[in-house]
Design a binder for this molecule. Structure first.
Ligand code: SF4
Ligand code: SF4
Length: 382
């Protein structure tokens, strides 16, 4: 499908640098991909020189390695351990402080105005993950004010994937590899026939204003064709596949499948998968007080369904075995999430597979359960 934006433009690398200046001028803190300690992570950047030029990532179950590319691509990697959720839903956040005032307490609200982020390099699966978290944090009666203030102030610059990684399965989850909506601007990096250019399109009124302030030339039919080729290349390279047909019912009728014991024998209950997942949203609340009794604080921190404490009710933990915790995680992602939010909790980014220290792969687990679906066998017997 040809790029839809009639006002699409084509930038060269220096003009992309100007994009950062324009965003900073509009009051945004630009956050983008950058190399730190052997991984491509998301952090505040001031110039495009901080982008991971010439780097790519090789990923597999429990494996992540940076490698040099033979071209100067700025977005020639897939996704790393970080997701944008750490900026919209901070891993640790003070909810309030309480200070003693004589016989009473004064409650002090958290720090000042929320940051205004411009996210540079949001992949299609990550846009889908942000949309999932939008529903979780803002879609019901109870809106999370921290998430809402950060999310509503954010400017999203998507990047279409020109290649896929070894653990990607966004095509199966219908979330990528091309960004279709939910962004302010979308870039496609073109490295073909000696060109190094970026086709840039707008997806919002503010995106159009920023686009108008950039230089570049108007995109022509061959530029749109290059964007289409990049999409087709990435779609053809998916490292993984997930059969989603009836997956919720498949899991519901296999809650006692022997595969849960097999995966529990490998799972360390380390919670890495939930920390790396861009849609997981569980948190806990901790209160602290100083020794003088003058000052107390309440913090919200990321938590995980893999911790014993997370399902603790009076008398013990509801999910005391690793089997129960893995099953809870996977059936939530691929099953009960639909009941709760009307969508899958998995967008196919592959992070939980790459960052699992023992290489547990939910696509493989789902496939194994489907292959010996107990409900199906019973059905056949009738
Ligand atoms: S469950 Fe795994 S593949 Fe799915 S969105 Fe979370 S980290 Fe990505
Ligand atoms: S599935 Fe892997 S990453 Fe998740 S808790 Fe188990 S060992 Fe850790």
């Amino acid at each position: 499908m040809a790029a839809s934006s009639p006002g699409a433009r084509v930038l060269e690398r220096p003009e992309l640098g100007r994009l950062l200046e324009i965003l900073k001028g509009r009051g945004y803190t630009v956050v983008g991909p950058t190399v730190r300690e052997g991984a491509i992570v998301y952090d505040a950047i001031s110039t495009i020189e901080e982008l991971p030029a010439g780097w790519t990532d090789e990923q597999g179950p429990g494996t992540y390695r940076l490698k040099k590319r033979d071209d100067p691509a700025l977005f020639g990697y897939v996704v790393g351990p970080h997701s944008w959720k750490k900026f919209l839903f901070p891993p640790e956040m003070r909810l309030f402080s309480a200070r003693r005032t004589g016989a009473s307490f004064r409650i002090e609200p958290p720090e000042g105005p929320p940051p205004r982020y411009a996210f540079l390099g949001v992949r299609a699966c990550e846009l889908a993950a942000i949309a999932v978290q939008d529903r979780v944090f803002m879609g019901g009666d109870r809106v999370d004010p921290t998430y809402q203030s950060r999310r509503e102030g954010a400017f999203l610059i998507a990047v279409n994937c020109g290649q896929a990684g070894g653990t990607c399965f966004c095509v199966s989850m219908k979330t990528g590899p091309r960004a279709r909506s939910g962004f302010d601007l979308v870039l496609t990096e073109i490295l073909e026939e000696g060109r190094h250019e970026f086709v840039i399109e707008s997806g919002s009124p503010e995106g159009s204003e920023v686009l108008a302030a950039l230089g570049g030339r108007e995109a022509a039919a061959p530029d749109h064709a290059r964007v289409d080729r990049a999409e087709a290349r990435a779609a053809g390279q998916m490292g993984r596949e997930m059969e989603t047909e009836g997956i919720r019912e498949l899991l519901y009728r296999n809650l006692e499948h022997p595969r849960w014991d097999a995966v529990a024998a490998r799972c360390l209950a380390c919670a890495n998968c939930t920390m790396a997942c861009p849609t997981c949203f569980c948190s806990t609340v901790e209160d602290t007080s100083d020794l003088s009794g003058e000052h107390a604080e309440r913090w919200r921190k990321w938590d995980s369904c893999f911790t014993m404490d997370f399902s603790y009710l009076h008398g013990g933990s509801l999910r005391s075995s690793t089997k129960a915790r893995y099953r809870q995680w996977m059936t939530h992602k691929l099953g009960t999430w639909f009941d709760q939010f009307g969508t899958s909790g998995c967008v196919g980014c592959g992070r939980c597979i790459t960052w699992c220290p023992v290489g547990i792969d939910l696509t493989e687990e789902a496939r194994a359960i489907r292959a010996s679906d107990e409900g199906q066998h019973h059905g056949k017997g009738h």
